[in-house]
Design a protein. Structure first.
Ligand code: GCO
Length: 476
């Protein structure tokens, strides 16, 4: 990378997720997920253009040509995909579907046929609706046993076929956006932030249970988790109050996911806050501590924080009690931050270098992947194709990311992989198809309607050049 060798075994790949690319929402044995139901029930147009993942990129049918395209256009050495629980185990528990299992076996076989290994994620937000209906999904301790059984069954069938297993993607995000005072994602349960914390508590236990099954099974690969968040910085670095607010926000937004994996419990500031509805037992702490061989950082943004003036128990930022101002990774523009600041804020560097440094120094993390990052471009849909494919803004974002990775490696931090989001344009949840993160374009409109033709973008060629051909990070 930029003239220096990458560490031995460094992984360069690209990522997608089942609900966002597969489509075929009710093909073969697949049962409805909470996202299928949540979006089918949307009467208002608060999901862009009423779009959903019913068809998406039609990857369920197009994977035989898409997977070689990922390899050829991006030269990635690994393909990071997620397994739909509802496709491989439609009832949420019990028997695996032969057709569902065959599909994921074929994806792995197609990856291996073009020289790619696989990172396989068990859960990326698409819970079987049947478990939501039966006991409220992630708000019930029952989910821990069902997730354990699901993981055990999938490992039994595919355990040795993936070099890396990820138990789940971003528990904090799916718990924060699916629950709380104004949930905008599935299952859309209006509640207080306490339910967000309950969801996260059970998600961490479910993660640890799956890891226990993986290790009991003696499978060859490594297992970990992908956590999201960003780096919180003091709005005014000279203010002790702002510095304390930034540290507290890191504890609540990243430490709450990560600390239990390394120490067995939540960060002290979280435990002391009184915000937690549930505490870990001694046996649970033992199961949680050391439950990752690697940790994936899905980091996109950083924010500046200052103590909030209006902290009330039912506000959904109550425990952090901070006002946060973010730089929008999609436009690179400061959103909401006081314009008085003269900061020339380099979001990719603060986010990526800062995230790696935080994990390594706070939790002594020893195997850190950048498992998602990228730039979502608003309204790419409406631009002329040649302008979409010459995605210089996205290249600028990745230039910052790669520079930050280079510095993290130079500073001796244990960075072991880079998995940009995403291999291909896909359904961006409540932004529909109107925000594009792909290194490969898909020819459909904001409602997901179109020819489905694929066109590699310049950013994909850029990453291929830098990561596999020794091109400089900064060609100018
Ligand atoms: C996430 C999810 C992805 C998103 C991507 C862009 O982090 O939200 O893992 O599914 O599509 O991050 O927002």
């Amino acid at each position: 990378l930029d003239g220096k060798a990458l560490p031995e075994g460094f992984i360069y790949g690209c990522a997608t997720s089942a609900y966002q690319i597969e489509g075929a929402w009710n093909a073969d044995d697949k049962s409805p997920s909470i996202w299928d139901v949540f979006l089918h029930n949307k009467t208002t147009n608060d999901v862009t253009y009423g779009s959903n993942g019913d068809v998406a990129d039609d990857f369920y049918h197009r994977y035989p040509t898409d997977i070689p395209l990922f390899r050829n256009a991006l030269a990635v050495q690994t393909y990071d995909f997620t397994i739909a629980w509802t496709r491989i185990m439609p009832a949420g528990r019990g028997a695996l579907s032969d057709k569902g299992l065959a599909f994921y076996r074929n994806v792995i076989r197609a990856s291996n046929a073009v020289g790619m290994s696989n990172i396989c994620t068990l859960y990326h937000w698409d819970l079987p609706q049947s478990l939501q209906d039966e006991y409220g999904g992630w708000l019930s301790r029952n989910i821990v046993d069902d997730f354990r059984a699901y993981a055990k069954a999938v490992f039994k069938a595919l355990g040795d076929d993936c070099s890396h297993w990820v138990t789940m993607n971003e528990p904090r995000t799916f718990c924060t956006e699916g629950f709380g005072p104004d949930p905008d994602s599935a299952p859309g349960v209006v509640s207080t932030f306490k339910e967000q914390y309950t969801c996260m508590h059970y998600a961490l236990l479910a993660h640890a249970a799956a890891v226990e099954e993986f290790r009991l099974g003696g499978y060859k690969g490594k297992i970990g988790i992908k956590v999201d968040g960003g780096v919180s910085l003091p709005l005014d670095p000279s203010s002790a109050a702002d510095r304390e607010a930034a540290a507290r926000t890191m504890d609540f937004e990243v430490g709450r996911d990560v600390a239990p994996l390394y120490t067995g419990d939540y960060p002290p500031s979280v435990l002391a806050s009184g915000a937690l509805p549930l505490k870990f037992t001694a046996a649970e702490k033992k199961m949680l501590k050391g439950s990752v061989d690697f940790i994936g950082l899905d980091f996109y943004t950083s924010q500046w924080v200052t103590p909030t003036k209006n902290c009330t128990p039912d506000s959904d930022t109550y425990p952090e009690c901070t006002d946060q101002f973010q730089q929008d990774p999609r436009t690179g523009l400061d959103i909401g931050r006081p314009t008085a600041s003269s900061w020339n804020f380099d979001a990719p560097h603060a986010t990526i270098y800062g995230g790696i440094k935080y994990l390594a120094e706070t939790y002594n993390a020893t195997n850190i992947l950048i498992s998602e990052t990228g730039m979502g471009v608003l309204n790419e849909t409406n631009l002329p194709l040649e302008q979409v494919l010459e995605d210089v803004d996205r290249i600028a974002w990745y230039r910052g990311v790669l520079s930050a990775m280079r510095q993290a490696l130079d500073d001796g931090f244990p960075l072991t992989g880079f998995i940009p989001w995403s291999c291909i344009d896909n359904f961006e949840w409540t932004d529909g198809y109107n925000v594009r993160f792909g290194l490969i374009q898909v020819a459909y409109d904001a409602a997901g309607k179109g020819s489905q033709a694929r066109h590699p973008k310049l950013s994909g060629a850029y990453l291929k050049g830098v990561l596999t051909k020794g091109n400089p990070i900064n060609p100018y």
